[in-house]
Design a protein around this ligand. Structure first.
Ligand code: ATP
Length: 751
């Protein structure tokens, strides 16, 4: 025996603590109408976790609590405790006794206790289901519900049988799996939806990323090209400037030199133009020279005349000396000589003043004659001596004159030579001046030509300087643009190695690079790709999310598959177990039926039925309702009976008693196949006549071998089969009371 006791406290009419003990396989509860017997059956349902208050004849939880009466107040809680013997381990917990308790409070709150510890309803239900005690009620047949199985639809019937066969657990599991599957499918749809939602974004970002990548590769290309271009350009410009500076130096200094030289040359030219003055000087000097020459000539002539005179005198002297040797010397009065001299000097003075040669000669003759006369007049020995003296004096006098003249000659010579030199010098200087003038002129032309050339060169240089400035400006702009486009790193081009002779390449090559740069810049602009980092990050995030979602879908699909497999397995198991169970039930049903009716036939069969379901479709904005019919195939269990000696086909043709018998036969058959630990039958026997009550009693006894029976009854026969009888009474206070009664007492109590 599994059931030990039931303690009711505050539940419905049982205001006071009441206890039922189930020490017999059949326990009957008897009592008059309205005493609270059914409340006992409901106390079972309650403690076993029944959630439908309605099935316990209440509306709210508080309807289950003793509501008070005229004489007693209401209670705040209702509690029912059911104690099982677990020595045969019908429950999967390691206790010899299992007490399940449920308490309900006025606010509707429920409490469940397992061996005194609070547990969840779920824990209670699972524990009970494992022991084939469900809350579905196949083992608690409430009052008037005996033929419920006959009235039920084929589908409900199937469910009831499945429940009784303990297959509910598979249903629970299958439903749970189906719910999970449904949820999983919903999740799959949801995740798919999410993927679909982000798909266009991914596509969009993909294009963006493509653009960004393209822009990036363009930027790289541009950067590389820029490095090459900028380095070359910088060095090219530096070289250009250096060369320019070098080239510029020479012509500038040369020009300056030329200017200076030109000044000089101009001066020289100006000087050479003043050569006329020199010509006059030359004429003057020439005159002077001629005069000097004439003076010299005169002096020389005089000297030579004196020489002549001297040599004449010397000869006269010689003769006079010779004469004197012969003749005595003649004394001559000094005054006479003085006279002679005066006479001679007069002639000479005249001669000196005379320029004319012939006059001069006459004078010279006159002088000679004078002298001769004098000598002749004195010529005596004495005279000869006197003549010697006189001649010697004359010679001396002439010598003196000659010396004086010679001195003059020297001076004249000197003068002539100096003048000649002066003349030569003036002449030379004129010639030299002319020469220099010509040279200067020539030089001036050459210089001016060169200067023109240099001005040209310098002009050219200046335009080249402009060009360099422009190129430098362009380079600077290019640098700025490069930094704007590519940032500071673009300026790190110094490490780039260039071929040694790179400066020798034609400029067009660099121009080509420039054009290429421009082209790439345009392409870069077209590619856009601003905020590349963000786009890449977003793309990465979105792709990761998509990947995550697709993985999620995979996982969900896998779990959906395993759930489908589980559902399939459960369905197969259900099918198999149901079919074997059904066979067994059929056999028992047949047995019980023929026992009840003394013959006839009854069987359960699998059936299918079309069920038309009406569906109301509300059309938006239209008041009319449209009916739609849906046909569903329902699987279930059909019951076919044939009573002995009656041509009865179909359950609806049975009498009330026949219906009760048939359903009892079926209930018992079901209970027989998978016996629950206990069965509560609330006045199932109400409609039976005496003969059938007896048969019912037999069946009960048979059934009690497998399940403990609690029978609420007014039936004497049924009472007679019970081992323990409880009487329920209700006094004027509206409180149900329990008492253990004997069979005879029971009969009295039942009335
Ligand atoms: P019958 O033989 O006619 O089927 P019964 O013995 O099965 O009757 P029950 O239906 O169990 O009687 O008891 C009904 C009684 O319980 C009623 O008198 C009802 O007033 C009483 N009752 C039900 N709920 C409560 C409650 N919450 N508080 C007090 N009494 C209650």
């Amino acid at each position: 025996m599994y059931l030990k006791s039931l303690e009711i406290n505050g539940f419905k009419s049982f205001a006071e603590k009441s206890e039922l003990e189930f020490s017999s396989p059949i326990v009957a509860i008897v009592g008059p109408n309205g005493s609270g017997k059914s409340n006992v059956a409901e106390a079972f349902s309650f403690v076993l976790g029944e959630q439908s208050i309605k099935s316990m004849r209440g509306k709210r939880g508080e309807d289950l609590i003793f509501s008070g009466s005229k004489t007693s107040g209401n209670l705040s809680r209702a509690g029912v405790r059911l104690t099982f013997d677990n020595s045969r381990k019908i429950f999967t917990i390691d206790f010899p006794e299992v007490t399940i308790e449920r308490v309900v409070y006025r606010d509707g709150a429920n409490e469940y206790l397992l061996n005194g510890s609070k547990v969840r309803l779920k824990d209670v239900l699972e524990l009970l289901a494992a022991a084939n005690i469900g809350a579905s009620g196949h083992h608690i047949i409430s009052q008037g519900e005996a033929d419920r199985i006959l009235n039920a639809s084929i589908k409900e019937r199937k469910e009831m049988i499945e429940d009784a066969l303990g297959l509910k657990i598979y249903h629970y599991k299958r439903e749970e799996s189906e719910r999970k599957l449904e949820k999983t499918m919903e999740n799959i749809r949801e995740v798919n939806g999410l993927r679909k939602e982000i798909a266009p974004h991914i596509k969009f970002l993909e294009k963006q990323v493509e653009k960004v990548k393209k822009a990036e590769s363009l930027r790289e290309e541009l950067s590389e090209l820029y490095h090459n271009y900028l380095k070359r350009e910088e060095l090219y410009l530096a070289d250009l400037k250096k060369k320019f500076d070098e080239e510029g130096k020479t012509p500038t200094s040369e020009k300056e030199k030329i200017e200076r030289r030109l000044d000089e040359v101009k001066k020289i030219l100006a000087e050479s133009e003043s050569a006329d003055k020199k010509s006059k000087e030359l004429i003057e000097v020439e005159g002077e020279l001629r005069k000097a020459g004439e003076a010299l000539e005169e002096a020389r002539r005089e000297i030579s005349r004196l020489d002549g005179m001297i040599s004449g005198e010397e000869r006269a002297l010689l003769r006079a000396e010779n004469e004197a040797k012969t003749a005595k010397a003649v004394a001559v009065d000094l005054s006479e000589i003085e006279n002679l001299r005066e006479e001679g000097e007069k002639i000479l003075a005249k001669a000196l003043k005379e320029e004319e040669v012939s006059t001069l000669r006459g004078l010279i003759g006159e002088l000679l004659a004078l002298l001769k006369d004098f000598v002749t007049s004195k010529k005596t020995n004495e005279e000869a001596l006197k003549a010697v003296k006189e001649i010697s004096a004359e010679i001396a006098k002439l010598q003196e004159q000659k010396e004086t003249l010679q001195k003059k000659e020297g001076a004249f010579e000197e003068n002539e030579s100096v003048t000649k030199k002066r003349y030569e010098s003036v002449k030379f200087s004129i010639e030299e001046g002319r020469q220099r003038g010509r040279e200067a002129e020539r030089e001036m032309f050459t210089l001016m030509n060169r200067r023109t050339e240099l001005v040209g060169i310098l002009n050219n240089l200046s335009s080249r300087a402009d060009q360099i400035n422009r190129e430098e400006g362009a380079f600077k702009e290019e640098l700025e643009e490069a930094v704007t486009l590519l940032g500071q790193p673009v300026l790190h081009y110094n490490d780039l190695a260039l071929p040694k002779d790179f400066l020798e390449e034609p400029r067009s090559e660099q121009e080509g690079r420039r054009k290429k740069l421009e082209k790439i810049k345009i392409r870069l602009e077209e590619a856009g790709g601003a905020g590349g980092e963000e786009v890449l990050k977003e793309f990465d995030d979105v792709v990761k999310r998509d990947l995550f979602l697709s993985k999620e879908i995979e996982d969900l699909k896998t779990s959906a598959e395993s759930l489908q497999g589980l559902i399939k397995n459960l369905s197969e198991k259900l099918d198999i177990e149901f079919n074997t169970g059904l066979k067994k039930i059929n056999a028992e049903f047949e047995k019980f039926f023929t026992l009840m009716f003394g013959g006839g036939q009854a069987s359960l069969s699998l059936a299918e039925r079309e069920v038309r379901k009406r569906r109301l479709t509300e059309l938006q904005g239209i008041e009319e309702m449209e009916d739609e019919e849906e046909v569903e195939i329902e699987e279930g269990i059909d019951i076919s009976v044939s009573l002995p000696n009656k041509r009865i086909k179909g359950l609806q043709m049975l009498s009330g008693g026949e219906r009760a018998l048939t359903s009892i036969a079926l209930l018992f058959a079901i209970s027989q196949v998978n016996p629950p630990p206990f069965i509560i039958l609330d006045e199932t026997d109400a409609a039976l006549d005496e003969a059938n009550s007896k048969k019912y009693g037999d069946m009960i006894e048979n059934l009690s071998k497998y399940s403990q029976l609690i029978l609420i009854t007014h039936n004497r026969e049924t009472m007679s089969r019970a081992g323990i009888l409880y009487g329920v009474t209700m006094g004027a206070n509206g409180i149900s009371k329990l008492l253990s009664v004997k069979f005879e007492e029971a009969l009295a109590v039942a009335k």
